[in-house]
Design a protein around this ligand. Structure first.
Ligand SMILES: Nc1ncnc2c1ncn2[C@@H]1O[C@H](COP(=O)(O)OP(=O)(O)OP(=O)(O)O)[C@@H](O)[C@H]1O
Ligand SMILES: [Mg+2]
Length: 243
C-alpha cells in the first residue's frame, strides 16, 4: 500500500528530507527525500572527488537505516536511549520513505529540536545536564557520528515539562575514509572527542547569539507540532470515548 503524503503538511523539513507524521500511526515519522532537492541535485553540489560517487551514496535515509542497525548490533538496545527507533522503508507517493519513531513530549506535542528549544526556552541548567548526559553516553559507547548539530538533536520533555532525554535524529555514522570500527580504540576516542569539542564550541556560539537576540535560521524549526486533539489524546482517552 502506498502512503499518500502529498496532501499532508510535513511537520518539519531539513536540507534533504521532508518529515511527516505517519497518516496511520501518530507515534511514527516518515522521512522522504525533498522533491525539490533530489539525490542528483545533491551530488551536483558536491566537489571532486565526491561527485564521482554513486547516487545511492547520497541517500540519507538508506545510510541512516543501515547505520542505526549497525549501532544496535555494536552497542545494544541502550543506543535507543539517545537515537530513535528505525523500522525500515515504506512506499509513499514521494518514493521510498523511512519509517522511524516520532519523538513527542509527554503532552503529545512533537518535541522541539535542541536549536528551537535553546531559542525558545534558553540554555537552562537541566538542558546543560541533558547535554552532558548525551555527550557522556556518546564518548562511553564510542558512537560514530558526523558533527553533532543542534537541529539534529530533539529535546523530549516529561509531563512536568522537564527534559527527559535528548535524541539524535540525523547525522549518524562516520563519513571518513577509514571506517570507524577499524581504528584502534585510542583513535576512536580521539575522533569522538574532536566531534564533541566542536559541538561544544558551536553550542557556546549559538547560545551567545541567542542571548544577543540574533534569531536563528528556520532549519530545524518545526512547521507545526501536530497538536490536533485526535493525535494528542492518549490511548486511554480514546478508549474511554469509545465506551
Ligand atoms: N523522529 C523525529 N521526531 C521528532 N522530530 C523530528 C524527527 N525527525 C526529524 N525531526 C525534526 O525534523 C527536522 C528535519 O529532520 P532531518 O534532520 O531528519 O532532515 P534532514 O533534511 O536530513 O536534515 P539536514 O538538513 O540536517 O540534512 C529536525 O531538525 C527535527 O526538528
Ligand atoms: Mg537534519
Amino acid at each position: 500500500m502506498t502512503l499518500l503524503l502529498k496532501e499532508v503538511k510535513p511537520f518539519a523539513q531539513g536540507g534533504n528530507r521532508l518529515c511527516f507524521v505517519h497518516p496511520d500511526n501518530p507515534d511514527r515519522c516518515i522521512k522522504v527525500r525533498r522533491p525539490d532537492f533530489t539525490l542528483a541535485d545533491c551530488r551536483r553540489k558536491k566537489g571532486f572527488p565526491k561527485k564521482l560517487r554513486p547516487l545511492s551514496s547520497f541517500d540519507d535515509n538508506r545510510e541512516e537505516y543501515q547505520t542505526i542497525q549497525q549501532l544496535q548490533c555494536w552497542i545494544g538496545d541502550s543506543i535507543f536511549d539517545h537515537v530513535y527507533l528505525c523500522f525500515g522503508f515504506v512506499d509513499t507517493d514521494f518514493g521510498p520513505g523511512l519509517e522511524t519513531e516520532l519523538i513527542r513530549d509527554a503532552d503529545g506535542l512533537i518535541s522541539l529540536s535542541l536549536k528551537q528549544y535553546l531559542w525558545e526556552v534558553g540554555y537552562t541548567e537541566q538542558c546543560r545536564q541533558a547535554i552532558n548526559e548525551l555527550t557522556t553516553f556518546w564518548r562511553a559507547q564510542k558512537v560514530p557520528s558526523r558533527d553533532l548539530l543542534t537541529h539534529n538533536i530533539v529535546v523530549q520533555r516529561d509531563p512536568q515539562g522537564a527534559i527527559s532525554r535528548l535524541v539524535v535524529i540525523d547525522g549518524l555514522g562516520d563519513p571518513t575514509l577509514i571506517p570507524f570500527r577499524w581504528l584502534p580504540q585510542k583513535y576512536q576516542i580521539r575522533r569522538i572527542d574532536t566531534r564533541l569539542q566542536r559541538f561544544e564550541t558551536r553550542l557556546a556560539e549559538f547560545v551567545s547569539n541567542c542571548a544577543a537576540g540574533k534569531q536563528p535560521s528556520q532549519v530545524g524549526v518545526l512547521l507545526h507540532r501536530d497538536d490536533s486533539i485526535e493525535n494528542i489524546m492518549t490511548k486511554s482517552d480514546k478508549d474511554e470515548r469509545l465506551i
